[in-house]
Ligand binder design. Sequence first.
Ligand SMILES: C[S@@+](CC[C@H](N)C(=O)[O-])C[C@H]1O[C@@H](n2cnc3c(N)ncnc32)[C@H](O)[C@@H]1O
Length: 260
Amino acid sequence: MRSQSSRPPRGLLTAPRIEERLADEARFIKTWFDNPILTGAVSPSGRFLARMMARAVDPDGTGPVVELGPGTGPITQALLRRGVAPERLVLVEFDAAFCRLLRKRFPGVQVVQADAYHLRESLEHVLTKPAAAVVSSLPLLTKPDDQRLALLDDAFSLMAPGGSFVQFTYGMNSPIPRHAAPDYEADVSAPVWLNLPPARVWVYRRCGEGTKTELLLTPDLPARDMTGLRVRPDKSGFRPARDHRASLFHRVAARARQRP
Ligand SMILES: C[S@@+](CC[C@H](N)C(=O)[O-])C[C@H]1O[C@@H](n2cnc3c(N)ncnc32)[C@H](O)[C@@H]1O
């Protein structure tokens, strides 16, 4: 179990205040106006989506956790709140203003201003051991298939066996097309409806490596939001690991286990 002394300082764990959130929205919209393709969204991810991303990461692991495209840091915040130690986090962000903000907001977290699509070069002198996970909110769909796949290959080359690549998308299908990535398998979360726009989280692993991401199938949403969900056939060829309706069962079973 993690000792109390290795937990992040309290300031890193508190949710941003309303003024801070509004300032983040404004920054984001400005960055989007300056470069819509790079930014890929008009506002930062909401907390439900950020939490869903963070759930795919083991807070008790030891290797670095690399975050790609942290923006104003909602997913960074969720990772810290999940219990990932700040010194494990390495943030790779292209935008200089976002980097300045992240350094100020998350002391103790390493921020690298670099192009995530040159990940190996960017992290060559930064990572001292293989990463445990790569968590990405890069707007992958703005890139051609071969560049997305090269990013995935790069990310796995920096990870220890069993590592995972976590990515959210606003689309219905896997942002990494199956035909281009036969060496990988994937799990997908239920849609996070309480995000604008709604999104899903995909977790990729090398075939036969690592364990399934069961937690992803029990999102932090009221149970009523879980009813009536269907798994849609995924044109990319990656099959969701499990029928989403099962997640309601997992949630109820987990609650029952927690009761005294
Ligand atoms: C959709 S936003 C996500 C921001 C934040 N993680 C969130 O969820 O609100 C994409 C982020 O990726 C960054 N980005 C885009 N292309 C990048 C690249 N090639 N290398 C590093 N960061 C990049 C953008 O500057 C932006 O901060």
